[in-house]
Design a protein around this ligand. Structure first.
Ligand code: PLP
Length: 375
């Protein structure tokens, strides 16, 4: 049977928003207080609670969170910041726009996270910060990274990792000095645009609050700053999303389980690794084509799109963007392999079992395999 053009489009990603979010937004609109109010403060307190950190500072995006985290640490010209080459470009942009030199290290094939062995080769006496990314919501190996990077500060790019855990400890409870989250619509918790920085360091928290608001503290600007505040509307929406987080995570996990059950038999398809000490948020479900695949990634994507399934090529390795073509100081073979072979399959909390079945069936047809009964 051909699946061509059967059924509605299966969306790659979509935020899960309902009447509670609507009511929260209307409550703020009716209050007339749109910035710097009680919703933002409560959102910060609740996020600090979720992550087990002493301070949480809400900002306008994940990118501004990363940028301010580096500024708060006084990172700038003369400093090197190590970033995994296989990451969304925002991680590198934060370091570069802060004035630092971006040094790229490679990732591990299975976890797609920073490889401690490659990190060891990237580090030198100028390394001021290492930015491990919890890629697609799977926690990076922070213990090994912290050991290798003992002389540097860790700023975690936890954009995809609200709700992730490592050895039962929430991501955001600072293993390093600061962790930065995104609330972009493709993230597990969304406020439209938005971000959060967590830390246990009181001075850093004060500096971050000043930096996000024109440098102000105690009614005077102590340093030059920005307007990177989060609106009250966004914060109110975020509070509802945080309350719903256990449910949002469990729905994503059940989609991931269904993919795992149906697709594990395809020896040409690399699936996200099983969780061991980590709890994955499945912010995205990224697979990779292995050698022996029945076609190229592009052919696989065309096949999925022909069957009305949205998909997307995985992230472009940072050094393959013209802006960073000079930042590859060492071979980055795994990032490049993932750049050629990885793709996003549909993943969000609103996916129905039937939609996941359609994705699995399409993948199995590409592999021309018997379709297991449970699919
Ligand atoms: C790993 C990573 N870092 C940073 C960001 C930037 O977050 P934002 O879009 O909220 O600025 C993203 C967002 O896609 C991301 O995936």
């Amino acid at each position: 049977m051909s699946l061509k053009a059967s059924g509605k489009l299966v969306a790659l990603s979509r935020p899960s928003l309902g009447p509670e979010e609507e009511q929260a937004v209307i409550r703020v609109l009716r209050s007339g207080r749109l910035v710097a109010g009680p919703e933002g403060e409560a959102f910060e307190d609740e996020f600090a609670g979720l992550t087990g950190s002493r301070y949480a500072i809400a900002v306008s995006s994940g990118t501004t969170a990363l940028f301010l985290a580096l500024l708060a640490l006084d990172i700038g010209s003369g400093d090197q910041v190590v970033v995994p080459a296989y990451s969304f470009i925002a991680t590198a942009n934060a370091a570069k726009t802060a004035g630092a030199e971006v040094v790229l290290a490679d990732v591990e094939l299975s976890s797609m996270n920073l490889d401690p062995a490659s990190l060891a080769r990237a580090i030198n006496s100028q390394t001021a910060v290492v930015m491990p990314v919890h890629q697609f919501g799977l926690p990076a190996n922070l213990e090994a990274i912290a050991q290798v990077a003992a002389q540097a500060d860790l700023v975690e790019d936890a954009a995809c990792a609200a709700g992730a855990q490592i050895k039962s400890q929430p991501i955001g409870r600072p293993h390093g000095r600061l962790a930065c989250f995104s609330f972009h619509p493709r993230k597990v918790v969304t406020t439209g645009e938005g971000g959060m920085i967590t830390t246990n360091d009181e001075l850093l928290a004060e500096r971050l609050r000043a930096l996000r608001q024109h440098g102000f503290s105690h009614e005077r600007a102590e340093l030059p700053g920005f307007n990177f505040r989060l609106s009250e509307i966004a914060a109110a929406q975020g509070r509802v999303q945080l309350e719903r987080l256990p449910d949002l995570l469990s729905k994503r996990k059940s989609v991931a389980r269904q993919y795992q059950e149906c697709l594990a038999g395809l020896d040409w398809l690399g699936l996200p690794p099983d969780e061991n000490d980590e709890r994955h948020t499945f912010q995205s479900y990224v697979v990779r084509l292995k050698s022996g695949a029945p076609g190229t990634r592009e052919q696989f994507m065309t096949h999925l799109k022909d069957t009305k399934i949205e998909c997307q090529a995985g992230v472009v390795p940072i050094h393959q963007h013209p802006a960073y073509s000079r930042n590859a100081h060492m071979p980055l073979p795994v990032s490049e392999q993932l750049g050629r072979t990885a793709l996003f399959l549909p993943m969000h909390a609103e996916l129905s079992q039937a939609e996941v079945e359609r994705v699995c069936t399409a993948a199995l047809q590409f592999g021309r395999k018997e379709i297991p009964a449970k699919c």
